[in-house]
Design a protein. Structure first.
Length: 201
């Protein structure tokens, strides 16, 4: 391919990256063609050539991975957002996942995570406000004093965890001085809060 057409490489790669950033999926050949005004046969030839040169990985319909996208996927973790913490059991079935969010590994690490949206003001003294996203590490046990997602009688709640085995009970402590502790005989730990993602006022 001669020099004049070399400009197409960057045009195509930038278009793919921008499209994926906006839509969450990669474009089809037809969408690249209409977006850039390049004939479909030309787009196909360029994609094949760019794959041969290691500029991208092209494995068919809506499966074009540029170097930038590949790097982003390696440096991020895909986390399901399961909705509000006080709206019942955090279920992991596909139909209960509102969307997936990519979080940078450098800030959040890797692990079996899920996100919940805080509902209410029971944890405001722990700097968890209504509407904040709380990153939960999925696990079935917790240490005393950790903030957990606790399931009790089919309702999930976000509280600080204080087991009191000598009294045969568990104390779930809201971080709000106006609210009382919740005392239960037992509960199921579904995860431990590790980060809060919030909008700045």
């Amino acid at each position: 391919m001669h020099t004049k057409k070399a400009e197409y490489f960057k045009l195509i790669e930038d278009f793919i990256n921008d499209y994926q950033e906006s839509n969450g999926i990669t474009p089809t050949i037809r969408e690249i063609e209409s977006g850039l005004g390049i004939p479909k046969t030309t787009v196909g030839r360029y994609l094949a050539y760019m794959r041969e040169q290691g500029m991208l990985d092209y494995a068919g319909h809506r499966n074009i991975i540029t170097k930038e996208a590949s790097k982003t996927q390696r440096e991020t973790v895909k986390v399901p957002l399961l909705g509000s913490v006080s709206c019942g059991i955090p279920k992991f079935a596909e139909e209960n996942i509102e969307e997936y969010v990519r979080l940078p590994v450098a800030l959040f690490g890797r692990g079996p995570f899920f996100l919940l949206r805080a509902n209410g003001d029971s944890m405001i003294d722990a700097d968890i406000s209504h509407g904040d996203l709380v990153l939960i590490r999925q696990q079935d046990s917790a240490d005393e004093g950790q903030i957990v997602v606790a399931l009790m009688e089919n309702e999930a709640t976000l509280k600080r965890y204080y087991p009191e085995p000598d009294r045969h009970r568990i104390r779930l402590h809201p971080e709000n001085t106006r609210m009382q502790d919740i005392i239960v005989e037992n509960c199921i730990i579904q995860g431990v809060a590790v980060k809060v993602i919030k909008d700045l006022a």
